[in-house]
Design a protein. Structure first.
Length: 411
């Protein structure tokens, strides 16, 4: 038996309401339709904790390869847009073992706790220099600064010149556009140009690194990738794909996290007082923001072979949307799941950074960037508030939970 339809409104998941306030839809799916098909697209939502955990443990049945995405078709109904599957796209988060294990072994050492901690003084200087002018300016849109901080960080890790920050920021924020569900023709043309430019730019840096002799463990990531090409672990297309993924995964996701954190600080007048009085709770606060508003609301899996999930039949090449943002509010897993609670046990046991073999390798870095932003705010301002005449605007995306505009008043 095939899964039931997810909604009586075919394009509900693509609607503005579901993008800006997704948790009402997620709650209904989680409680009534934990596995549900989206019309005739072959895409299925998976919305509760136990079923998502089951999928993650069944790698023989479900592949991480990104071979298709849900989008609005020309008839305004949802459809699955097929993507090419190549060595350049099956990298890190979208690769399966044994390829995934090779890619992870190349990059994981660059994100170990010691290396991340060594970045703290540099990142703190950048964050203070970026945010202080906004604190002093009054009403300000914080999105440019929110986007700049992780873009600078990713570029530094890769070994790219900081004078190219304007280009880096654009590239760091467009990684999730293809998964957004709805992209205009104008935006698609822009993405095509920028993706081509980014590939040429990153490729040139990888090629220069191939000719360089610095392939030490302390070298930037483009040199680490070049060394892996030289030793035959990966080819140039894979190296380029890995660099591109790092831009989007390390840029957009961290910008989304910081934006959600700032928005919560601006809407809860008490939390800044609590965190000043008990700074040891700051890490817990950040984890609750990640749980409540994970930067990426879901990731895809593709069905490798006919099988069942939740009692329903799945066919080869069906797709699953693993709704992290829904599972993170599953009442069978979390007490009072819709509330920010600083007293939760096992505070990191959420799906905000994924889970299992594909757990985000940059989670520690994202947490540190958020921590440094929070410390800077607590040190330099008394309170935040949203500016009522300029309400926050979310990116038009079913995938990423990121602000396009966030005007705040600091005092």
């Amino acid at each position: 038996m095939r899964a039931p339809n997810y909604s009586s409104v075919p394009d509900e998941i693509l609607s503005i309401e579901a993008i800006e306030r997704p948790h009402k839809l997620y709650k209904r799916l989680r409680e009534q339709l934990p596995v549900a098909k989206i019309c005739n697209t072959g895409v299925h939502t998976v919305s509760n904790w136990s079923l998502i955990e089951e999928v993650l443990g069944r790698e023989r049945d479900f592949s991480a390869n990104l071979t298709g995405v849900l989008c609005r078709g020309s008839n305004d109904l949802p459809q699955c847009f097929e993507l090419p599957n190549s060595s350049a796209t099956a990298v890190i988060a979208t690769a399966d073992d044994p390829v995934h294990a090779v890619h992870r072994s190349i990059l994981q050492p660059q994100f170990l706790a010691g290396k991340v901690a060594a970045l703290e003084p540099l990142l703190r200087r950048w964050i203070v220099a970026t945010l202080l002018p906004l604190f002093e300016a009054g009403d300000s849109d914080y999105v440019p600064a929110i986007e700049q901080i992780p873009a600078m960080t990713v570029a530094h890790l890769l070994g790219l010149p900081q004078e190219d920050l304007c280009r880096h920021r654009v590239w760091a924020m467009m990684g999730g556009d293809i998964l957004a569900g709805e992209v205009s023709d104008t935006r698609l043309e822009f993405l095509a140009r920028q993706t081509s430019d980014m590939a040429e730019y990153l490729g040139s840096h990888i090629d220069r690194a191939l000719a360089d002799t610095d392939h030490s463990a302390t070298a930037p990531i483009v040199h680490i990738l070049a060394q892996a090409i030289a030793t035959g672990e990966i080819d140039r297309d894979q190296a380029l794909g890995m660099a591109i993924v790092l831009f989007g995964a390390g840029g957009e996701s961290t910008a989304a996290l910081i934006g959600s954190m700032l928005h919560f600080l601006a809407t809860d007048s008490n939390i800044m007082t609590v965190l000043r009085e008990k700074p040891e709770l700051s890490a817990r606060f950040i984890e609750e923001i990640i749980r409540l508003e994970p930067p990426f609301k879901f990731h895809y899996r593709v069905v490798r072979r006919p099988c069942k999930l939740g009692g329903y039949d799945l066919a080869t090449d069906d797709r699953l949307m693993l709704l992290w943002a829904s599972a993170n509010r599953d009442s069978s897993r979390f007490e009072d799941p819709d509330s920010l609670r600083l007293d939760r046990r096992h505070i990191r046991q959420h799906l905000g950074f994924g889970r299992g073999a594909h757990f985000c390798i940059g989670a520690g870095l994202a947490r540190m960037e958020a921590k440094l932003v929070l410390e800077t705010i607590l040190q330099h301002i008394r309170r935040f508030e949203c500016v009522s005449e300029k309400p926050p605007v979310y990116a038009r995306s079913i995938f990423v939970r990121r602000f396009e505009s966030l005007v705040l008043r600091a005092s």
